[in-house]
Design a protein around this ligand. Structure first.
Ligand code: ADP
Ligand code: MG
Length: 151
């Protein structure tokens, strides 16, 4: 599987990359975010939201599982870390097939419920403020999207 790598030196780098990525997204797109606590998943989502024209501040949705924001299109921000049962269906399908972009932190927890085509993103601590961001597109749409972003 093809993968793409971005090195981030600080919070601003991560947000700037996410903001740029947002400009390539369209309704129905799904992005998964994986990485340890503090790796930058929510930070990445904040940048993505800015790129989608969301003016409200994005916060970690840990206690609500799903938060909805409105920019040029809806942004559905999920954090499924505290989901008690990975098969519990909170109506995820409606979000994935909806007219917005869905971002899922800790997505592997609901692996079986994720759309088969999606952009998987992994964030790794590289010491202090450095992070490695790996993109693994799944499906033709996201392979094309990555090619454009990294062209
Ligand atoms: P997660 O959602 O993965 O638990 P957060 O985004 O909530 O992580 O927290 C990441 C923390 O690390 C933030 O305080 C952020 O400012 C800090 N940070 C430092 N360097 C970076 C970087 N290069 N990219 C993203 N976040 C960074
Ligand atoms: Mg988070």
């Amino acid at each position: 599987m093809k993968e793409f790598e971005v090195l981030s030196g600080n919070t601003g780098d991560t947000q700037a990359f996410a903001k740029r990525l947002a400009t390539f997204l369209k309704p129905g797109d799904c992005i998964t975010l994986e990485g340890d606590l503090g790796a930058g998943k929510t930070t990445f989502t904040k940048g993505l939201a800015v790129g989608l024209g969301v003016t409200r501040t994005v916060n970690s949705p840990t206690f609500t599982i799903i938060k909805e924001y409105h920019g040029n299109m809806p942004l559905y921000h999920m954090d499924v870390y505290r989901l008690e049962d990975s098969y519990e269906d909170l109506g995820f399908d409606e979000y994935f097939s909806g007219n917005g972009v869905t971002v899922v932190e800790w997505a592997h927890i609901i692996e079986e419920q994720l759309p088969s085509e999606r952009l998987n993103i992994y964030l790794y601590h590289e010491g202090n403020d450095a992070r490695k961001i790996i993109l693994r597109p799944q499906g033709a749409r996201y392979e094309q999207l990555c090619k454009e972003i990294f062209a």
